[in-house]
Every structure is written in structure tokens, then in C-alpha cells.
Ligand binder design. Sequence first.
Ligand code: R5P
Length: 312
Amino acid sequence: MKVFCGRSNPELSREICGYLGIELGKCIIHKFKNDNTFVRIEENVRGKDVFVIQTSAPPVNDYFMELLIMIDALKHASARRVTAVLPYYPYARSDKKDQPRICITARLVADLLESAGADRVLTMNLHAEQIQGFFGIPVDQLLASPILCDYFSRNGVENCIVVAPDAGSAKRAERYARQLGLPLAILDKRRDPLNDTVEIYHIIGDVSGKNAIVFDDEIATGGSMIETAHALLSHGARDIHAGAVHAVLCGNATQKLQESPYKQIVVTNTLPIEGGKKIPKIKVLSVAQLFGEAIRRIHEAKTLSELFGKHL
Ligand code: R5P
């Protein structure tokens, strides 16, 4: 087995290799003056089972192209099998044709990965589960819920209710509620697709006098989380916490979250959280062990089911 990584999240990749007890594979990646990407694999991979880790951090398009070039380079260097490991899947929110003349870009991403030569995909919490069906190759989707639930269980969930910030996340939030043994409330959130702003219309469930944990798959602008917190407070909720898998945190999201009513925002490191994104309110949990174990099991052709926690 060999594990390589692109330049999007070297820290997580090193942590994964630490769990596996192997060295990160050596490769050279740079850009020519004409903005073209160059990749050279610096180790023999002939006949090897290779995993390439690249998450969808900015610059998203550059890093995705880098991944495609790495996969192609590995296949042409006679790797036996190449698994693309995408902790945060690129363009996952472009998963359906809900406006005229738009691209289902998550599907295009799948086509491009297959064309480059990926034999398998390993990812975490896809925004839409149907993305797995965009591929003709096996896709393993890990869930961060055991990690997030374990954290909240150990840090107190008395008099608490789990909140889904919109109808789309209700099924996911229900999984967290079941795992934590808590009731569930669902918000009716509507997004203006043109200016990417959100508004909360109704709350289904009684949050009055309760502490709340809002679970979402990702935090991008922070708009959904912040509007949700205000709606919960205006309906009598007490302390509000958030749990999210992917900390996209674009623009001034970090600052807005620091100033928001949340007591704590718990995320994972599927995306790098560096510099100004490291704020006291944001607690980062590592998914390295989970990815490392999944990679080990894929390599040894063992089941991954045990990694999903009790409630699928
Ligand atoms: C939306 O459908 C997703 O589940 C998240 O709620 C969304 O991506 C969060 O985006 P933002 O932080 O920009 O509101």
C-alpha cells in the first residue's frame, strides 16, 4: 500500500499515514509559469495499491485538477489500483438540475475522476447521497456522526434537542438524534440561490426552554447556522451548539460565527482550519483515524460497516 497526497490538506494526510504507520509517498507538484500543473511521482508504485488524498479546499479547481493529474501519473506508472480519497467532495452541492441550463457538476466530477483512472473513491458525508450513484466504480462514504456524537455525549447533552437547519438535512439530523437519544426539531429554511442568503420560515418541534445542537453537513458562509440560531432563540431555546462535518468557512464566516449566539461550533478537519479560522468557539475533531482505518480495511478487503456507528 502507498498513500500520496495533493497540496490541499497535508496535515490530515500526515495524520492518516501516522495512524497507518507508513510514510507519506513522495511526489513533486508545482506549477509552471504558464499556470499548468506538473506532477512527478518520486517512488516506484508498480503493482501497488495506491491511495491519493485530496480534499476540496480553495483553490478548488486547481486542487481538483492536481488530483486528476496525480491519478493519471500513478496509473501510467503501473499502480495496480488507485483510490481517490476525497474527505470533502468537490462541487457536492451541484447535485441536481434545479434550475434551467445548469450543470450537475458533482456528476461531472465523478466522470472526470473515472476518466483519470480512479478505481475507487473514499469520501465523507456527501451533501447528497445520490452522488454515490454518479459513479460506475465503488464509492465508500464515511460518516462523521460517530465522532461528533461521541464528542457531544462526553460533553453533556442534558435537556437538549437536535435541530435540522432545513428539510434537506432532516434525515441526517434524525441520525444524530437517534444516536444521542434526543428529540428532533426541523427548520423550514429557504435559500435565495442568486445571492446565497437564507431565511427561516417555521420551526417544526418545541425548542422552548431546551438547549439545542444544530447539525449540518457543512458550514460555508455561516448564514444557515446563524439564521438558525436566531430563530431558535426567538422560539425560547437556551444554549445553542453546532456540529458540522465540513468547515468550508468562506469569506468572513469565521468572524460571523465568533460573534454569533453559538456557545461552541464543533467541526472536523476534512478541510484545513488554519490561521484566522482558528477561533476559540470552533472545536476541531480529527477524522484521520477513521480515514486511516477505512484505508487499511479497503487495502485488506475487509468490511467498512463497523465504522459507521450504531445508526446508519
Ligand atoms: C445546504 O443545503 C447545506 O446542507 C448547508 O446548510 C449549507 O451548505 C450551509 O451553507 P451556508 O453556511 O452558506 O449557509
